[in-house]
Ligand binder design. Structure first.
Ligand SMILES: Cc1cc2nc3c(=O)[nH]c(=O)nc-3n(C[C@H](O)[C@H](O)[C@H](O)COP(=O)(O)OP(=O)(O)OC[C@H]3O[C@@H](n4cnc5c(N)ncnc54)[C@H](O)[C@@H]3O)c2cc1C
Length: 480
């Protein structure tokens, strides 16, 4: 029976990201995917700066960037086409070192994630294969898999297994985790089109049509791709809604059939839900297997990438050292409250688009000079877990700094935490400790001075583990 360090079930964006992050550290990985190819229906079209930084760690941004465009933001309009709320995405680089928000085509990303994995010898992929069941053993998990083409059943073993197997997760059922419905359930049609030639009259932002009769969303996607999504009611026939005549009739205010070709169309039930349990022993859930949200904020896939980034370095630590339940338990506690914030905010946005909620979607909605309302993106901290909860910087993202040679400081710590100490203590520190002095990177001294912090420990997933004042030298000694 073959044995791997990690088995990943599901080769969507969560599984692909997690596999890459673990492959960077040389582990043996098996990815098991039931489909023979990519998911064929319309899905994610947006991700943010934090996610691009994870893709940077993986090493795909150079090639992937040309498949993205910078997203200018979203406007919410009412049934009279008046703008009632603006959600601008400034065209400036954020603390993560990237633009706040990008548009993309999900298969382009999945292709790049899969291509990158070919660079690692110890990564194997079994497609057209599904996981049927699991058996936990003392220091590994036995996995029963089935080849879908010939129904042949076989067994493999892995030290850790992660169910990145989407909304209907088999792994979630295997660990008997309850999937809690968080309230939002609504059927929407999603239609992807490719323009035959550019049409300047179409908005270059996302438009949310806040309308109780026909809530709808328009997405300005990459190149000539455009998307419309619209709510349908339960009495409407799905077959009729997906007919070409119905879709072109819906699109009449924007497009004629001669101007674009219909690429893909489907009906989804947009839902909000979360698994009560994300881990049992050496078995984990990540991505849609652990949580679902409607796509109004474009954050479902982003949440899966955040799960992968949080979990990868903890599993890597356990594989290189010893299995630690305490460390691995922080995965759910840190990620759960973060993703819940996104789900709640997305649901509020969905209610506003349905014209049954207020524009007070995030805590930060302000009135602009012309009386319009404007909202800011949310950036929730990690939930309780590693580090001290009364450390006000702990659980926040650590900015991406550039070294004096122009390279990123991120390159120095993708596999282990990084200790950064203010340059003013350089002479007082024991020679043997492994740390970065704040002079090494541009802007780092100013950042530390501003926060009145002398030392930081930053985790490989770019979150702050500890921030320390050296008048409390004892706490630094403990960390060293
Ligand atoms: C219309 C729409 C628009 C969206 N827009 C956005 C957006 O703009 N931004 C964003 O961040 N998110 C968006 N999302 C959400 C995003 O698409 C999902 O969150 C994301 O695809 C989830 O990725 P995943 O890898 O966790 O799961 P999936 O992509 O569902 O992958 C799971 C994989 O597991 C495989 N699998 C399942 N069971 C088994 C088994 N037993 N054995 C082996 N393999 C198995 C499946 O075949 C599948 O390939 C959108 C979703 C929809 C529907």
């Amino acid at each position: 029976m073959k044995k791997y360090d990690v088995a990943i079930v599901g080769f969507g964006p969560t599984g692909g990201t997690l596999a890459n992050l673990l492959a960077l550290q040389g582990f043996s990985i098996l990815i098991i995917e039931k489909e023979k190819s990519f998911y064929p229906l319309p899905r994610a079209v947006h991700f943010d700066d934090e996610i691009m930084r994870v893709f940077q760690t993986i090493g795909i941004t150079d090639k992937f960037l040309k498949h993205t465009i910078i997203n200018k933001g979203t406007k919410f309009v009412n049934s009279k086409n008046q703008v009632v709320l603006d959600w601008p995405r400034p065209r400036s680089i954020t603390e993560n070192g990237w633009y706040p928000s990008y548009r993309f085509h999900q298969p382009d990303l999945e292709r790049k994630l899969r291509r990158r994995l070919k660079d690692f010898k110890k990564v194997s992929v079994m497609q057209s294969t599904k996981v049927n069941s699991l058996k936990e053993e003392k220091s590994s998990v036995k996995i029963f898999i089935e080849n879908i083409n010939n129904n042949k059943i076989s067994e493999i073993r892995a030290k850790y297994i992660i169910g990145c197997d989407g909304a209907r997760s088999t792994i979630r059922k295997q660990i008997k985790a309850k999937f809690q419905n968080l309230g939002f359930t609504q059927k929407w049609a999603v239609v992807d089109l490719i323009l035959k030639k550019n049409k300047k009259e179409l908005p270059d932002r996302t438009i949310q049509y806040s309308n109780s009769k026909r809530p709808a969303t328009y997405c300005r996607n990459v190149g000539k791709r455009r998307r419309w999504e619209f709510a349908i009611n339960n009495a409407e026939s799905e077959k009729k809604v997906l007919s070409n005549s119905y879709i072109w009739n819906f699109l009449k205010p924007w497009l004629k059939p001669s101007e674009a070709s219909l690429e893909r169309k489907t009906i989804y039930t947009f839902q909000s839900a979360i698994s009560k349990k994300w881990k049992k022993g050496r078995v984990f859930l990540a991505g849609d297997a652990a949580h679902l949200m409607p796509p109004f904020m474009g954050q479902g896939m982003c949440a899966g990438v955040r799960d992968a980034s949080n979990l990868a370095w903890k599993i890597a630590y356990c594989l290189k050292n010893n299995h630690s339940e305490k460390l691995l338990n922080t995965y759910q506690s840190e990620r759960y409250s973060n993703v819940i914030e996104y789900i709640k905010t997305t649901v509020k946005m969905g209610e506003f688009v349905n014209a049954v909620g207020t524009s007070n979607i995030t805590g930060e909605v302000s009135s602009t000079q012309n009386g319009q309302k404007s909202m800011k993106s949310i950036k929730p901290k990690l939930g309780k877990g590693l580090g001290k909860i009364n450390d006000k910087n702990r659980g926040k993202i650590f900015p991406q700094f550039k070294l004096k040679n122009g390279k990123s400081l991120d390159n120095k710590f993708f596999d282990k935490p990084l200790l950064i100490i203010s340059s003013k203590y350089k002479k007082k520190l024991p020679k043997k400790i492994n740390y970065i002095n704040s002079n090494t990177a541009k802007g780092l001294n100013e950042y530390m001075l501003n926060l009145k912090i002398d030392a930081f420990v930053v985790r490989p997933d770019r979150f702050i583990l500890n921030s320390i004042n050296l008048n409390k030298f004892d706490s630094l000694k403990k960390i060293i």
